[in-house]
Design a protein around this ligand. Structure first.
Ligand code: PGA
Length: 249
């Protein structure tokens, strides 16, 4: 049985006062069946980890450098994330792929470094609207998966997030059939590459405009083991009902 995962990606949002949202989440979900993860901006990771200490909430980073240390001004290593209290890192988010020109090859190298440091990785894949309209979605996903996922993964240290770029922050959501098609496809690809023992243990998250109002419907789709949530993870009042929907899915 794969434990469900409700993951929040705060992106470049939140300073000290936002930690109160974590206190609220921790108080509301003491008895959660799902795993809860919040990935705040890097300067908040240490305080966030202290805030949720003793609760079922885990803390993650949003990116890390491919090297373990060195002359890389402004960058953050996987070991630093771990030291600050993170247990996960999101890698290859489409905003990183677009804003920072990250290739799947880079994402794969970062994932190798992060796993070696002891972090679990959430590797993001997803097609653009043009790629979907050209009926290339599954080819794009296949390429991103084989390119971005390193060989060293296990069912415990890898999570895949399917995030159609056109659904991120837009309020647009694929149909449940479209989500199911991609999630079943990802599961089959992982099974084929890593065997069903590993492939069947990797959690697959859907991401892109998940809200309290559509969460239950999305969580009922086959091979959806949770969500990677952006905007609706910033406020406990929005994220809480999403966690509750996952707990009962
Ligand atoms: P969104 O973002 O929930 O705001 O659409 C999702 C993501 O980018 O992870």
């Amino acid at each position: 049985m794969r434990q469900k995962l409700a993951a929040g990606n705060w992106k470049m949002n939140g300073t000290g006062p936002a930690l109160v949202e974590l206190q609220e989440l921790a108080a509301a979900h003491r008895a959660t069946r799902s795993e809860i993860l919040i990935c705040p901006p890097t300067p908040l990771i240490h305080r966030a980890a202290e805030t949720v200490s003793g609760s079922p909430i885990a803390i993650g980073g949003q990116d890390c450098h491919v090297e373990t240390s060195g002359a890389h001004t402004g960058d953050i290593s996987a070991g630093m994330l771990l030291d600050a209290g993170a247990s996960y890192v999101i890698l290859g988010h489409s905003e990183r792929r677009e804003d920072h020109g990250e290739s799947s090859e880079t994402v794969r190298a970062k994932a190798r470094t992060a796993i070696a440091a002891g972090l679990k990785v959430i590797i993001c894949v997803g097609e653009s609207l043009a790629q979907r309209e050209a009926m290339n979605t599954l080819d794009i996903i296949a390429g991103q998966l084989s390119g971005s996922v390193p060989d060293v993964v296990t069912g415990e240290n890898l999570v895949i997030a399917y995030e159609p770029i056109w659904a991120i922050g837009t309020g647009l959501v694929p149909s449940t059939e479209q989500i199911g098609e991609v999630h079943d496809f990802i599961r089959a690809r992982l099974d084929r590459r890593f065997g069903e023992g590993v492939g069947g243990s990797v959690r697959l998250l859907y991401g892109g405009s998940v809200k309290p109002g559509n969460a239950a419907e999305i969580f009922a789709v086959s091979n959806v083991d949770g969500a990677l949530v952006g905007g609706a993870s910033l406020k406990a009042t929005d994220f809480s009902p999403i966690i509750a929907a996952l707990d009962t899915a």
